[in-house]
Design a protein around this ligand. Structure first.
Ligand SMILES: C[S@@+](CC[C@H](N)C(=O)[O-])C[C@H]1O[C@@H](n2cnc3c(N)ncnc32)[C@H](O)[C@@H]1O
Length: 480
């Protein structure tokens, strides 16, 4: 049983099946153990009749369209996921995961759904540009989505055009005539369309919100902003970190042909496909090398008491534990019970034994007064994620121009509530996966203004164009 010198005002909750226990700090309700495991998702079958509303091409009539065997049609599955994503605030990954879970599609069709779902989201403005060229009048949302799906296949995938048209028109319900006409015209005039696209504004060509492109262009100039948009639309490479609590990078390298170590760090390998066996055996963690930088800047030592304040799902916590050689105490906090549950699973899978998971909301109920302080704290703050748009395809469409200011206020408030737990002489790293100065350098300046006892010793910023990796920022502070 892990004890914290008996000085925390805390409730221990015995872990159900793992060696880890959850400690709930600063939360006065009864034990929250029931909140931690993921909610079971009710299986929903779509065999039979699937109904959804399609407004026929601009005529304004809502027609209920019955589609049979939806579960076995990958295009319907993709449309369903796109509609769910459009009409909710859910993340694309979650929407796709749930939609596939509820389908009976074979593996090859799942790959098609994944590619078309992310592809349509990634190329949204470009596809709408093509639609507008052939259809100036307003379109209802469902028909637009069918057209985006059809055009994505015609313009971005190597699918025979006749098959793409036939299959897409088949699922267009009452809008089939309109969809058929637009898709056929877009094939006949493809060359002209591609030429027009080459001269289209950057935010159209690379499908980014215009405000975001203009912000980047203002900050770094046209060339860099354009290159960044192009990078964001490339398929993201897959990197895994060798978990040295279980395996050496050398052992890993020799067990899978085709895995390539990164030139400047042998513990990270580029792989062609997600190595599911390695993942479940806990010998690797899938993460971009940029995510390791804040941990290395913090440089936790074996035997220290360390806090990872915003830890879920645990990519950095697992690496911090490795740097600590599983010795000392690592406390991994977060306020999202479901994410904490994933964190807990990751710790177990990777063989981390020095870590306690804590449920804590830094904005509402941070640790109680009198809690012991930490030698080192990582604040991997929630952020706009603009450094990882290549991996998080939908991030760009959820952003608004106000988000950067709003996030920086939130980040600062979190740091304000965390700094009191840093011991004198201790280190703190503030990090984000944003490339925006509002969330990085400007937050650092504010931290220094508010906490004169902190000195900023070093900061690191990496970015897609400069370092060929995801964008990330980390600043190291020392408490006087
Ligand atoms: C950038 S993510 C952390 C990623 C994590 N460090 C990793 O490497 O896997 C930020 C985390 O902060 C958590 N978070 C956001 N607001 C919070 C709050 N008020 N209190 C505690 N955690 C919060 C989110 O749930 C999210 O898991």
């Amino acid at each position: 049983m892990v004890r914290l010198n008996g000085r925390f005002n805390q409730a221990h909750v015995a872990g159900k099946t793992t060696a880890h226990r959850r400690t709930i700090w600063g939360i006065r309700q009864p034990l929250l153990s029931q909140a931690v495991p993921p909610k079971p998702v009710a299986p929903v079958k779509f065999y039979g009749t699937l109904t959804f509303s399609i407004r026929a091409g601009g005529r304004g009539t809502n027609i209920l369209c019955a589609l049979f065997m939806a579960a076995s049609n990958p295009r319907i599955c993709c449309l369903k996921a796109l509609q769910r994503w459009e009409s909710s605030r859910e993340f694309a990954d979650g929407v796709l995961h749930r939609t596939l879970e509820q389908s009976d599609l074979p593996q090859s069709n799942r790959a098609f759904v994944t590619e078309t779902f992310y592809g349509v989201i990634r190329n949204r403005t470009l596809l709408d540009f093509v639609i507008r060229r052939f259809r100036a009048n307003k379109l209802d949302a469902a028909t637009r989505q069918v057209l985006r799906l059809g055009l994505y296949q015609l313009y971005k995938m190597r699918i025979p055009a006749h098959a793409a048209v036939y299959e897409t028109v088949n699922i267009a319900g009452p809008a089939r005539t309109l969809v058929n006409a637009i898709l056929r015209k877009s094939i006949a005039e493809k060359e002209a369309v591609l030429e027009e696209l080459e001269n289209a504004p950057v935010h159209v060509r690379y499908s980014h919100p215009e405000f975001l492109y203009l912000k980047w262009q203002g900050a770094w100039g046209e060339t860099e902003a354009t290159q960044l948009c192009a990078w964001n639309n490339q398929p993201a490479k897959i990197y895994v970190r060798a978990n040295e609590l279980r395996v050496t990078p050398g052992e890993l390298l020799h067990s899978v042909p085709g895995a390539k170590p990164l030139p400047d760090r042998e513990d990270c390998l580029e792989v062609e496909h997600l190595p599911s066996e390695w993942i479940s055996a806990g010998v690797v963690y899938v993460q971009d090398p940029s995510t390791l930088i804040p941990c290395e800047l913090l440089a936790p030592k074996p035997g220290e008491r360390v806090l990872d304040a915003c830890a879920a799902p645990g990519g950095k916590a697992c690496y911090l534990a490795q740097l600590m050689q599983n010795r000392g105490q690592l406390f991994a906090g977060d306020y999202e019970p479901l994410r904490l549950s994933r964190l807990q699973q990751n710790l177990v899978r990777l063989g981390v034994t020095n870590t306690e998971v804590i449920l804590v909301d830094w904005l509402r109920s941070p640790l109680p007064a009198g809690s012991p302080t930490f030698d080192a704290i990582l604040v991997d703050a929630p952020c706009s994620n603009t450094g990882v748009i290549r991996r998080r395809t939908d991030v760009r469409w959820r952003l608004t121009p106000d988000d950067f200011r709003r996030m920086s206020h939130l980040q600062l408030r979190m740091v304000e509530n965390i700094v009191p737990y840093l011991r004198r002489g201790g280190r703190m790293v503030y990090s984000t996966c944003s490339i925006e100065p509002e969330e990085n350098e400007q937050v650092v300046s504010e931290i220094l203004n508010q906490f004169p006892q902190l000195a900023c010793l070093e900061s690191r910023k990496v970015g897609p164009l400069q370092n060929n990796m995801d964008g990330a920022f980390a600043a190291l502070f020392q408490n006087d």
